[in-house]
Design a protein around this ligand. Structure first.
Ligand SMILES: NC(=O)C1=CN([C@@H]2O[C@H](COP(=O)(O)OP(=O)(O)OC[C@H]3O[C@@H](n4cnc5c(N)ncnc54)[C@H](O)[C@@H]3O)[C@@H](O)[C@H]2O)C=CC1
Ligand SMILES: O=C([O-])CC(=O)C(=O)O
Length: 326
């Protein structure tokens, strides 16, 4: 085992997602069995007592890879020297709300946390925003951290990617391992677009294996509205699957990929996506750096769907500009 622990910050650590996420990071599911981690957990003051209980439970697991835990309510202290930051802490939506309805309440969290990361994080910091609306919250954090390279700010659309993979596998009666080149484009809201025209199943194009009406009337709405379906069923938004996707995204960003993954990253203008907004693209990762996959052919249907989702992101960007958050 190497000796220097990787400092992993998690915000909203006493929340639902935190309760699934922390134990997996501490057990080695993020960085493997040979890399010690130090958890740095941020909460609001009233939640610190509950967080102390979670830390007691972490102690009680005796994880060999857990080198230490620090908790607190001051982002400047918690982010000090942090290598990886998972920004989860934010209010979840309730039934009947859109994720964008959370912008006014949650957006301001990411101004202060962006500044604190800017001033205190380690030079190799990678920041992944899960708290909703995740794409625009990542934009806010990035805009408030001018000294950190923009590409170090990502948002989570891996949960949508994982959902899209399973729904397709179920339809075709195949294992998820047979599906490659899948990607979610756009925003983590109900305008997100899972593209089956470039997805491969056992080497064949996925869209050729299913009916077009299934894609438009069942598949896309099921994937895009899955978060709402879970809230309706559970009375609470998805937590274990969101923690799993947060680990998947950060692990792949650090360790690399051997297939396309969906990552929401600051757009460089690829595929006509407005530069600067944080939008989901098919990405590959090597040596800790992601690249947006280039040269993908998009049909007219895909282009229209992506443009509609980008329009949502532009509207969210304009709202947070008006609120003075960026
Ligand atoms: N991008 C994605 O795919 C998904 C995103 N989410 C989002 O993740 C967020 C967290 O969800 P849950 O854990 O279920 O919510 P939760 O309400 O159970 O936990 C949120 C925690 O964040 C804390 N918090 C609030 N403000 C904070 C701040 N300024 N600093 C640090 N901590 C703060 C709260 O005290 C609470 O403990 C929500 O915004 C939810 O909508 C949830 C599922 C999937
Ligand atoms: O739907 C929600 O509010 C939580 C979320 O982002 C998801 O499950 O995709």
């Amino acid at each position: 085992m190497s000796t220097t622990p990787v400092k992993v910050a998690v915000t909203g650590a006493a929340g639902q997602i935190g309760y699934s996420l922390l134990f997996r990071i501490a057990s080695g599911a993020l960085l493997g069995p040979d890399t010690p981690v130090e958890l740095r957990l941020l909460e609001i003051t009233p939640a610190l007592k509950a967080l102390e209980g979670v830390v007691m439970e972490l102690d009680d697991c005796a994880f060999p890879t857990l080198a230490g835990v620090e908790i607190g309510d001051d982002p400047n202290a918690i982010f000090n020297g942090t290598n990886l930051a998972m920004l989860v802490g934010a209010m979840p939506r309730k039934e009947g709300m859109d994720r964008a309805d959370l912008l006014a309440a949650n957006g301001k969290i990411f101004t202060g946390q962006g500044k604190a990361l800017n001033d205190h994080a380690a030079d190799d910091i990678k920041v992944l925003v899960t708290g909703n609306p995740a794409n625009t919250n990542a934009l806010i954090a990035m805009s408030n951290a001018p000294d950190i390279p923009r590409e170090r700010f990502n948002a989570l659309t891996r949960l949508d990617h994982n959902r899209a993979k399973t729904q397709l596998a179920k339809k075709l009666g195949v294992s998820v391992t047979e599906i490659t080149n899948l990607a979610i484009w756009g925003n983590h809201d109900d305008s997100m677009y899972p593209d089956l025209y470039n997805t491969k199943v056992g080497g064949k194009v996925a869209a050729d294996l299913v009916e077009q009406t299934w894609i438009t009337e069942e598949y896309i709405p099921t994937v895009a509205k899955r978060g709402g379906a879970i809230i309706a069923a559970r009375g609470l938004s998805s937590a274990a699957s969101a923690a799993n996707a947060t680990i998947d995204h950060m692990r792949d960003w650090v360790k690399g990929t051997d297939d396309w993954v969906s990552m929401s990253v600051p757009s460089d203008g690829s595929y006509g996506v407005t530069e600067g907004i944080v939008s989901s693209f098919p990405c590959v990762v090597k040596d800790g750096q992601y690249e947006i996959v280039q040269g993908i052919e998009l049909n007219d249907f895909s282009r229209e769907r992506i443009a509609a989702s980008v329009a949502r992101l532009e509207s969210e960007r304009d709202q947070v500009k008006e609120l003075g958050l960026i």
